[in-house]
Design a protein around this ligand. Structure first.
Ligand code: NAP
Length: 329
């Protein structure tokens, strides 16, 4: 059970703490753009680091930010947020940041590179996690509507003995303390994030959708109906669970659907699946997944590219194109 004192809100936090810093955001993608805009709207000065030939450079300029090289941000900012794709952070850090940094502190939006010890971060730097619990676009849209996404906050190195307050201040400044800042560790955030994206969000759920679609279509059912029921309607159920929880979703569905889920859930999610879920979690906890991933990066993720190419040819993908072209929803 979570202790209430492990969640922090706007009223608990001195947001002005980060006023003492020259803030540099390296990366102006999903998170970078949203965090930079929210920081600016909350009155903070932000410098953006982006490569000159990239789209991010132009996008940040169009949004009215001062944009610099990564090296410049490393030399001139003392609160550096590394908002690059996780697979890029190590090489960018070694080439453009590590040689130039002075006395500075680091903020990450995901624990992966720190948990896997991929960077030689100075002992004198605070190393902080402020991980919004959703995409940047939603972080920004909620902020504009006066709402927010919760964020997970943690400290991996507390050089100043004030790192946790700095994490609170930054989390508040990007707008996340309205919903709540949840105290965690880099390790916990990384493991939970990887496990959920693999077992549920991007692995398990799409796998189940594909299997359900194939079952119907291989027995002669109309692929368009199968697509709508197996894939499109997931959003409706997900929205219900998002706002009302599992019990609220059950209340909103028909008695037939309730009875059907009662009789089939344990047939699908059986002992074997639970065993596999534990195996996935253990592989992440023991860093086996990360090691395999890092090794695959060295060979340009050839297996992944092949799998993605094959997935594009699946009947469910082709049906999706037809549904999007012909049905206006
Ligand atoms: N996406 C999410 O929903 C989400 C949610 C929570 C946390 N996070 C975390 O936030 C961090 C940033 O993720 P993101 O999704 O925001 O990343 P992203 O959108 O993929 O970020 C792309 C940014 O990285 C730059 N970039 C890519 N390759 C580069 C290179 N070789 N050198 C210099 N710049 C390069 C891009 O600039 P160019 O235009 O020049 O390519 C762009 O500014 C990650 O740690 C991620 O785990 C993400």
């Amino acid at each position: 059970m979570m202790k209430q004192d492990a969640i922090y809100y706007d009223s608990d936090i001195d947001m002005s703490l980060i006023n003492d810093f020259q803030i540099g955001l390296i990366g102006y993608g999903n998170q970078g753009q949203a965090q930079a805009l929210n920081l600016r709207d909350n009155g903070f000065n932000v410098a953006i680091g982006a490569r000159k030939n990239g789209q991010a450079y132009q996008r940040a300029k169009v949004d009215g930010f001062e944009v610099f090289s990564l090296d410049y941000i490393a030399s001139n900012c003392n609160l550096i947020c590394l908002l690059l794709p996780d697979e890029i952070i190590k090489s960018a850090y070694e080439e453009h940041i590590e040689p130039y940094i002075g006395n500075c502190h680091f903020i990450f939006a995901h624990g992966f590179v720190v948990t896997n010890n991929l960077l030689r971060l100075p002992d004198t730097s605070d190393v902080i996690l402020v991980a919004p619990t959703g995409p940047g676009r939603i972080l920004r849209n909620l902020f504009l509507n006066g709402q927010s996404l919760p964020a997970l906050i943690a400290v991996a190195n507390d050089a100043t003995t004030n790192a946790f307050n700095l994490a609170l201040s930054y989390g508040c400044a990007i707008g996340c303390a309205k919903a709540g800042l949840i105290k965690t560790t880099f390790q916990e955030e990384t493991v939970v994030d990887l496990f959920c994206e693999q077992a549920i969000l991007c692995g398990g759920l799409p796998g189940l959708i594909k299997a359900g679609f194939n079952t119907l279509v291989s027995r002669g059912y109309n692929p368009i109906l199968a697509y709508i029921s197996c894939l499109k309607e997931v959003k409706l159920i997900a929205d219900l669970m998002f706002t009302e929880g599992i019990d609220g979703m059950r209340q909103a569905i028909s008695t037939t659907a309730k009875y059907g889920s009662f009789t089939t859930q344990d047939v699908i999610i059986n002992e074997n699946v639970r065993y596999k879920l534990n195996g996935i979690l253990e592989s992440i906890e023991k860093s086996e997944f990360s090691q395999n991933y890092l090794n695959s990066l060295a060979t340009d993720l050839k297996d992944l590219q092949e799998w993605l190419k094959e997935e594009k040819q699946l009947p469910i993908v082709k049906t999706g194109k037809i549904v999007r072209e012909n049905l206006n929803f």
